[in-house]
Design a protein around this ligand. Structure first.
Ligand code: GLV
Length: 325
C-alpha cells in the first residue's frame, strides 16, 4: 500500500526525520525561510500530514489547497500561526511540542533577565570599542537580580520553570494567570496577584502566556506606566503581547529601566525598529527554544504527533481536542 504523503515545511533535525522514514512518503523544505506560498500550496495538494513551523501561515486558503489533510503538526509550542478554529471546523488535528522546549525557553528568559539587569550586551560592546580605560565605581552598574521580585504573567510550564530558576536567585515570586494554581503557589512559594499589582510590585516582569485575542496588546502604555522605574520587562513569549511603540517610549523616557526581548510584533524585526536603537533594550532573534536538546526534542515530538494521527491514534499533544471523538 502506498505510504501517506506528508510535507515537512522546515528542515527539521535528524531525530524527527528518522521517525518519518519508512512510515510516510515525505518531502522536506530544506532551504532557509518559509517555502514561497505558491510552491507550498502546490506541494501540499495531496498530503495527509503537514509538519509546519512558525513562519508558515496555516489558514483557510492552505486548508482549501490540501483537501486530504488530517493533521497539522507544529514544530513549536505556540500555534498562533495556525487558524485552529478553521482546522477544527474541517476536522483537522492541530498538535504542538510542549515540555521538550520548557527548560531551554526558561533558560533564555533568565538569560535575558541577567543580561538586561547587568547590561551584558552593552558591556561587551564597551570593552570591544576600546573605551575601557579604568575600573570605575560607577562603570556599567546595573540592577541586582538576587533577592528582587519577579512577576510572572502566565504560570504554565514555561512560567513554572522560570519560577524554579527564580527561587535559586532568592527572588520573591508573584504571578498572574487566568487560572489560579494553589498547589503551585505552595510548591513554588509564588503569590497570586492581579495584573496591576504584579506590574506595580515587580522588579522583573516576564511574559509566558499564549497569544490570542485576549492577550494581544496586554502590555501597553497604561501597564508600562504602572511598572517601577527600576523594572525590566522580559518577553520570550510572543511579540504582539506588547505594544512596541509604548515600550519604546517607556524605555527611552525611562518610565522603566529596560527590556529584554526575544520576540517582536513583526519577525524578523525590521532594522529600522526604534527599539533597536536603545542601549537599555537587549534583543535576540526568537531563540527561546534554540538549544540542541530542545530542537531535537521538538523534531521528534512533532514527527510523533504527525505519525500518530496518520496511524489513527490520538496524538499526545492535541491542541483542538474536540476533533478527536
Ligand atoms: C516558539 O516560539 C514556540 O512557540 O515553540
Amino acid at each position: 500500500m502506498a505510504l501517506p504523503k506528508v510535507y515537512v515545511g522546515l528542515p527539521i533535525q535528524e531525530s524527527g526525520r528518522k521517525l518519518l522514514e519508512g512510515k510516510v512518503d515525505f518531502k522536506i523544505w530544506e532551504k532557509e525561510g518559509a517555502p514561497p506560498r505558491n510552491e507550498l500550496l502546490e506541494d501540499i495538494k495531496d498530503v495527509e500530514g503537514l509538519l509546519s513551523g512558525l513562519p508558515i501561515k496555516v489558514d483557510a486558503e492552505l486548508f482549501a489547497a490540501a483537501p486530504k489533510l488530517k493533521v497539522v503538526s507544529n514544530f513549536a509550542v505556540g500555534y498562533d500561526n495556525i487558524d485552529v478554529a478553521e482546522a477544527t471546523k474541517r476536522g483537522i488535528c492541530v498538535t504542538n511540542t510542549p515540555e521538550v522546549l520548557t527548560p531551554a525557553t526558561a533558560d533564555l528568559a533568565f538569560a535575558l533577565i541577567l543580561a538586561s539587569a547587568r547590561r551584558i550586551i552593552e558591556a561587551n560592546a564597551f570593552l570591544r570599542s576600546g573605551d575601557w580605560k579604568v575600573w570605575h565605581p560607577e562603570l556599567l552598574v546595573g540592577q541586582e537580580v538576587a533577592g528582587s521580585t519577579i512577576g510572572i504573567i502566565g504560570l504554565g510550564q514555561i512560567g513554572q520553570a522560570v519560577a524554579r530558576r527564580a527561587r535559586g536567585f532568592d527572588m520573591k515570586i508573584l504571578y498572574f494567570d487566568p487560572f489560579r494554581r494553589p498547589e503551585l503557589e505552595t510548591q513554588l512559594e509564588a503569590r497570586y496577584v492581579q495584573l496591576d499589582e504584579l506590574l506595580r510590585e515587580s522588579d522583573f516582569v516576564t511574559l509566558h502566556c499564549i497569544l490570542d485575542d485576549k492577550t494581544r496588546g496586554l502590555i501597553g502604555e497604561r501597564e508600562l506606566r504602572l511598572m517601577k522605574k527600576n523594572a525590566i520587562l522580559i518577553n520570550a513569549a510572543r511579540g504582539p503581547l506588547v505594544d512596541q511603540g509604548a515600550l519604546y517610549k517607556a524605555c527611552s523616557e525611562k518610565w522603566i529601566w529596560g527590556a529584554g526581548l526575544d520576540v517582536f510584533a513583526k519577525e524578523p524585526v525590521p532594522l529600522d525598529e526604534p527599539l533597536l536603537t536603545l542601549p537599555n533594550v537587549t534583543t535576540v532573534p526568537h531563540i527561546g527554544s534554540a538549544s540542541i536538546a530542545a530542537r531535537n526534542g521538538m523534531a521528534a515530538r512533532s514527527a510523533e504527533n504527525l505519525l500518530a494521527v496518520l496511524e489513527g491514534k490520538r496524538p499526545r499533544d492535541l491542541v483542538n481536542k474536540e476533533v478527536w471523538k
